[in-house]
Design a protein around this ligand. Structure first.
Ligand code: 4AD
Ligand code: MG
Length: 481
């Protein structure tokens, strides 16, 4: 007789039948009622320990966190709060848990505290729900693209290129840091290095993805990316997962349509596949909201918020229009923004993005046609406008509570325009010949975008800190495990 998952037992009507359940103790009440959870669902199975049936020595080991195996009869529960329970006939403690040392107690712990013990936070319902939603979203991403004939391409994690040109890279070397060989100029001599050149952890799989798209047509990547930028915020990680589709013969409008369709699809899938988890997270947020003053409470609950995304078209706005709106906005006039919007050309901060989404349009916004000078070299240049302004066919999707969730563009497919832009931006072409070959041989219009997976999970779970939606977060001074 193998064991049965608690999720199945909680739904079973096989009363009178014997089952084996295994799991971890959440609570033990009145020396009689054990609540055990095996991770299969958020609910616990109530196990009734008949008085005087079990050895005192076993009973003494029943503490929160211990793992047990129970054989018993499934019965209809007389008590409130559960439909079924297991009347134990055999009980074995598989692994003890010292109640004086186990940090998780049967009470609500703060997320800050749980972050300190991130190795154990999996055992809470909150994190169980978050990681199930994360799993459903990842699955939905693959499903979305595969239903549409996109090919999943694995791009390298170790690379020699800086796709975003932002220089926020973690270097990779097998050399001994203490005795790094230097050349005459005092620079690290990468000839001695494993790869014989400077390499780093990838910041984006896009450039390699473009190579594949220019042959396979429609591709996507979905893998870890790394940025040594200031990730001491609730929206940044040093290691995050990104989904990057790249499509031959797409322009910026096709690109926006696909991104909007993808976001709606995966959110719909999460609602369909994780109703219990999302309901749990919704209630968690409602509880949290109750602690806040009326004015700070959310207008929509989590489910309403997700459905709102599904039911509304994203607003498509140019950067220039957005700057005009921001300039005239109340927080700008009253100098409430930390960075005031005074000039065309500024890089928008998350306070500006959130104003546009949450206060002005009150729905997701796709901002397009950004100034060329604040965007990456590979974005397609638009015609210079009547004011002599240079923009590129970039698109950022901004979500309520999150800010930027997607960044993408139509790519510069014209060899001359691209290489001239690279020269202007001091990007050496020597190391990029492999990339430029796509423009040399059969170049074609193409476009793509990057969806930050953790920002998506953050949105769908309603959590407030990105460190809580990835199992093993990496941020400054934190690389445990
Ligand atoms: O806007 P980004 O930097 O765009 C790119 O990397 C392009 N190569 C994508 C493409 O066109 N293929 O990053 C894309 C998205 C952002 O919109 C954001 O959601 C997420 O990645 N992101 C981060 N998420 C968590 N932590 C960080 N430090 C992030 N940096 C970017
Ligand atoms: Mg971006």
């Amino acid at each position: 007789m193998t064991h049965t998952r608690i999720k199945d037992l909680l739904n079973s009507t096989d009363f009178g039948k014997e089952f084996i359940a295994k799991g971890w103790i959440r609570t033990f009440r009145n020396n009689q009622f054990l609540a055990i959870n095996d991770g299969s669902c958020l609910g616990n199975l109530q196990v009734v320990i008949g008085l005087n049936v079990f050895d005192e020595k076993v009973i003494k080991k029943l503490h929160t966190g211990a793992s047990v195996s129970v054989k018993g009869t499934l019965i209809e529960s007389q008590g409130k709060g559960q439909r079924v329970e297991l009347k134990a006939v055999e009980l074995e403690v598989l692994g003890e848990s010292d109640p004086d040392k186990f940090p998780l107690q049967p009470k609500k712990h703060s997320l800050e505290f749980l972050r300190e013990i991130a190795h154990l936070r999996f055992r809470t319902n909150t994190f169980n729900a978050i990681f199930k939603v994360r799993n459903a979203l990842a699955f939905a991403v693959h499903q979305f693209f595969n239903e549409r004939g996109f090919v999943y391409i694995h791009t390298p994690i170790i690379t020699g290129s800086d796709a975003e040109g932002a220089g926020e890279m973690f270097q990779v070397t097998n050399l001994d840091l203490d005795s790094l060989p230097r050349n005459e100029a005092g620079k690290i001599d990468y000839k001695e290095d494993f790869f014989g050149k400077e390499t780093n952890l990838t910041v984006s799989g896009q450039l390699e993805g473009e190579l594949a798209a220019m042959a396979l047509g429609n591709i996507y990547t979905f893998g870890p990316t790394f940025r040594a930028e200031n990730s001491n915020t609730t929206r940044h990680l040093a290691e995050f997962w990104m989904i990057e589709p790249e499509m031959a013969f797409y322009d910026i409008h096709d690109n926006m349509d696909l991104a909007e369709e993808l976001l709606k699809y995966v959110i719909r899938q999460a609602l369909d596949r994780c109703p219990d988890e999302i309901e749990f997270l919704r209630n968690r947020l409602l509880e949290e909201d109750k602690q806040k003053p009326q004015a700070d409470r959310s207008e929509m609950d989590l489910v309403e918020k997700l459905k709102f995304i599904l039911e509304n078209d994203f607003e498509r706005v140019t950067y220039t229009e957005a700057v005009d709106i921001l300039k005239r906005s109340k927080p700008n006039q009253k100098k409430q923004f930390k960075y005031l919007v005074d000039d065309w050309g500024i890089d928008l901060q998350s306070e500006h993005e959130r104003y546009l989404v949450e206060k002005h349009f009150k729905k997701p916004v796709i901002l397009i046609d950004y100034p060329a000078d604040i965007k990456a070299f590979y974005m397609r240049q638009n015609e210079v406008d009547e004011n002599g302004r240079k923009t590129v066919a970039a698109m950022d999707i901004l979500f309520p509570g999150i800010g930027e969730i997607v960044g993408g563009s139509q790519r510069e497919e014209r060899y001359d325009v691209l290489t001239q832009r690279m020269a202007e931006m001091n990007i050496p072409t020597k190391e990029m010949e492999w990339f430029l070959d796509t423009r040399r041989f059969g170049t074609a219009p193409h476009a793509g975008f990057g969806l930050g997976f953790e920002r998506l999970v953050l949105f769908v779970t309603g959590m407030g800190n990105i460190r809580d939606v990835i199992p093993f977060p990496r941020y400054p001074n934190n690389a445990e495990f």
